[in-house]
Design a protein around this ligand. Structure first.
Ligand code: ZN
Length: 199
């Protein structure tokens, strides 16, 4: 899906000059694009101010294969007992950072991906409305790879040049008591560094 006319006028002329041409489409040139059908329009006038970090691996703890891509594109094989209960889910994230640091984009950043669920940040609910979701391939057991942090840092910088991102939060923080990701193996020092760079 490509972006539509709703996005015109979002950037001021001064800012637009500093942006990569590819940025204005909402698809980052640094990412491999795989379109997910699981998105819709953001509410009008909702500034995209939050970056939400997740982890995912399918099956849990398995880092090879394409199950996450199939989940986000509604192509999971429901004959696989470990994954069958996920096959009916309609979910997505804007970005997926694989173990080797490669970056996939599923949803245009100007559109609303379906990653946060019931959530709130600083008193504001429905974080999908105003956030960009980043899934980092991993789990609660294994350290994340250095290349994943490097990609996340570059992605954060790219997004900050395109969108009025103010905060970076974990899924655990916006869905407290319901979600734990990106979990204890995620390096909070790196997250804090990203936060400071944005403030
Ligand atoms: Zn999550």
């Amino acid at each position: 899906m490509t972006t539509n006319g709703n996005h015109h006028g979002r950037e001021s002329p001064q800012n637009a000059k500093t942006l990569h041409t590819s940025h204005s489409t909402g698809w980052l040139s640094a990412a491999c694009r795989i379109d997910s059908p699981n998105f819709d329009a953001r509410p009008r006038d909702s500034a995209i101010s939050l970056l939400v970090l997740h982890h995912i691996s399918l099956p849990a703890g398995h880092f090879e294969g394409d199950a996450v891509i199939r989940l986000f594109t509604n192509q999971l094989d429901d004959s696989d007992p470990e994954l069958s209960e996920l096959a009916a889910l309609r979910v997505s994230a804007h970005f997926f950072i694989r173990r080797d640091g490669s970056l996939i984009q599923f949803v245009n950043v100007f559109d609303r991906a379906w990653h946060a669920g019931v959530s709130s940040w600083r008193g504001r609910e429905r974080c999908n409305d105003f956030s960009v979701g980043v899934e980092i391939e991993g789990d609660c057991e294994h350290p994340f790879a250095r290349g994943q942090y490097e990609t996340l840092n570059r992605l954060s910088a790219d997004l900050a040049s395109l969108l009025p991102i103010k905060d970076t939060a974990t899924h655990a923080e916006i869905a407290f008591g319901r979600k734990v990701d990106p979990g204890p193996r995620f390096d909070l020092a790196l997250l804090n560094a990203a936060r400071n760079a944005q403030s």
